[in-house]
Structure formats: C-alpha cells, structure tokens
Design a protein around this ligand. Structure first.
Ligand SMILES: Nc1ncnc2c1ncn2[C@@H]1O[C@H](COP(=O)(O)OP(=O)(O)OP(=O)(O)O)[C@@H](O)[C@H]1O
Ligand SMILES: [Mg+2]
Length: 307
C-alpha cells in the first residue's frame, strides 16, 4: 500500500527493504476476489527494528513468528504487514482443540453431495494470502504437524482424498505467541525451527508518546508524559519481579484514557484497566502507589483532554 510505504520511509525504515516490498507487490498483485481481506490503513505499528526484521523475513520467503508479552502489538503488526505487502489475510485463532480439519479444511454435505470446504490455511496457501496463526502455542503440538510441509521448503499441503495444494509463492505464515499466558505451552522444535522468530519488545517511551497522541489527539502533553513514565515504571518493577507483569498492559493504558474520555475519573479508570488486572491484594497496593505518585486519582476529562 503506497501510503504505508511512504509512512515507513519517514520512519526511517531501510530503503532497500522498502524497494523489495515494491517489487514484491508488483510481482504478486493480489486477487481482486479477496480485496476485502486486505487490511486497509491499520493504525501504525511503531518500532523500526521490528519492522525491518519482519520485512526482511517475509521478503526472504520465510515464515515469521512474533513472540512476546501481551499487548506488544503482535496482531497490529500482522495487519500492518499484510497492508504493506497488499496480501489478503486469513486468521486462525488457536485453542486447545485446534485440529487439522479446522486448519486445512473438512468435508461438508450441502444436501446433495459431499464437498471439501477449505480451511484458512488452504485458502491462504492457494490465494497468496498471509495466514495469521494467532496464539499458535495454545494448540497441541501434535495437531500442528499437518503444517510442517506447508511451512518448510516443500511448501505443500497434502489433503487426504483431495489434491496436493501448492503454497503460492506470495503466501506466508505469521504466527503469534505469548509465553506465560495461562493455557499456553512451549512450541516444539519442529515448529519453531520453521519460523524466524522476533522477540517482541515493549513499545519505547518515545513511541508510546506518539501512540498516545495519535490515539488521543486532544490529550494534555503533561498527562501523556506521565502515562508514559508510569508504564515504564510498571515495566521496570515487573522486570525486577517486584510486581507480576499482569499490570504491564499497554492495552490497559489506552483503555484508561478512553474511560476518562467517557467521563470516569483517572482513579476509577486506572483501577479497572491496570490495578485490577492482578488479583493479589498486596500487589494491588504496590501498583496503586506507583500510579498515585504520577497521576492523581481525581483527574477528570477536562484536565486530561485539553485541546
Ligand atoms: N509498538 C506498538 N505500536 C503501536 N501500537 C502498539 C504497540 N505496542 C502496543 N500497541 C497497542 O497495544 C494494543 C494491543 O495490540 P495487539 O492486540 O496487536 O497486541 P498483541 O501483542 O497481539 O497482544 P496479545 O498478546 O494480548 O494478543 C493496540 O491497541 C496497539 O495499538
Ligand atoms: Mg494478540
């Protein structure tokens, strides 16, 4: 997408990589039948290094795994990459019972005859899409074995009783995973070996400030700065194991501002979106102290949003 490329040029993303993307989109125009699956102008993912690594991996024809803590922009980056490369997206949310049929497809009976209904992996493989394997480590490793041949140099999917599906040269698989979430498991070596893995960092302070201003154009400069400092402090406390990482939640920070905009006080909003993310009462008091040293509990929208 032309505008996104221009934006990334301004972000200082390596020009050779961006010309690689231009060549890619020229060589592989997307099938107009799936135009509605190509993300349109998603909010920008901020993070130059991650952008460059991800683009390089996809240009090299490899699959990408985004591994990292919650709310580090993994899904946002997937959308951004699909928009940049102009690819339709098929998304699969993995869970404990994800099986081959849900990925590859399944036989269905339409009242007259049995036909094969292709799953998201087959569809993206055939139509040069980006297949997002979301929270890939929620599934059992055994049920993911069907993906091995699609993910490695063979680039095929052998559907029993059906054709051999060749993975289109423009198709890519992008996994996301979050270690530490309840219900997740380790990805086995057979799978992890088939991806280039980016360890997703928390957003930098400068970029968080830009994100807050972009999401809330009328936010007070001072308050935005305090939110950034607060997030940094929570991140550092979690890194030192003084608190768990439950309250280190970028999504919660954005939600807090949205709730204040709706009319709640800063105290109420941050209680719901940050403090209550942990259920440990002692930890809650540590987090509350951290918040109150930066953001008084009685701020309302007339103070937080000024313009
Ligand atoms: N680097 C970043 N650039 C832009 N937005 C970001 C960044 N990091 C976090 N965010 C914001 O955080 C929120 C969560 O993003 P997203 O849903 O992509 O995270 P995720 O890593 O997939 O989280 P989870 O592991 O919980 O699924 C979004 O609102 C996004 O705007
Ligand atoms: Mg996600």
């Amino acid at each position: 997408m032309a505008e996104l490329i221009e934006l990334l040029e301004k972000e200082g993303i390596d020009r050779d990589l961006l010309s690689g993307v231009r060549e890619f989109t020229k060589r592989y125009p997307a099938d107009p039948a799936f135009a509605d699956r190509i993300p349109k102008a998603p909010a920008l993912y901020y993070g130059k290094e991650v952008w460059e690594e991800a683009i390089a991996v996809l240009l090299a024809g490899r699959n990408l795994l985004l591994a990292g803590p919650k709310a580090t922009g993994k899904n946002l980056l997937c959308e951004n990459l699909a928009a940049l490369f102009g690819r339709p997206v098929w998304n699969v949310s993995f869970h404990i019972n994800t099986d081959a049929a849900g990925l590859i497809g399944t036989d269905t009976f339409d009242g007259e005859r049995v036909s094969f209904r292709k799953g998201p992996v087959c569809m993206s493989a055939e139509h040069g899409g980006f297949c997002v394997l979301d929270e890939i480590n929620m599934a059992r490793n055994e049920s993911l074995a069907v993906l091995h041949a699609a993910l490695d140099h063979r680039r095929i999917i052998d559907v029993a009783g059906y054709d051999l599906v060749q993975v289109d040269p423009a198709a890519r698989f992008i996994g996301t995973m979050n270690y530490g979430y309840a219900g997740t498991r380790d990805l086995n070596e057979a799978l992890s070996s088939r991806f280039a893995i980016i360890s997703m960092p928390q957003i930098t302070e400068d970029n968080m400030l830009r994100l807050l201003k972009e999401s809330f154009p009328e936010i007070s400069e001072i308050i935005a700065g305090q939110f950034v400092k607060l997030f940094g402090e929570l991140t550092r406390k979690a890194a030192k194991a003084e608190i768990s990482d439950r309250a280190v939640d970028m999504r919660g920070m954005l939600d807090a501002l949205e709730l204040i905009r709706q009319g709640l006080s800063s105290g109420q909003a941050l209680e719901m979106t940050i403090v209550n993310k942990t259920f440990d009462l002692y930890e809650q008091t540590l987090i509350r102290d951290c918040i109150s040293s930066r953001i008084p509990a009685d701020l309302d929208r007339s103070v937080v949003f000024v313009k």
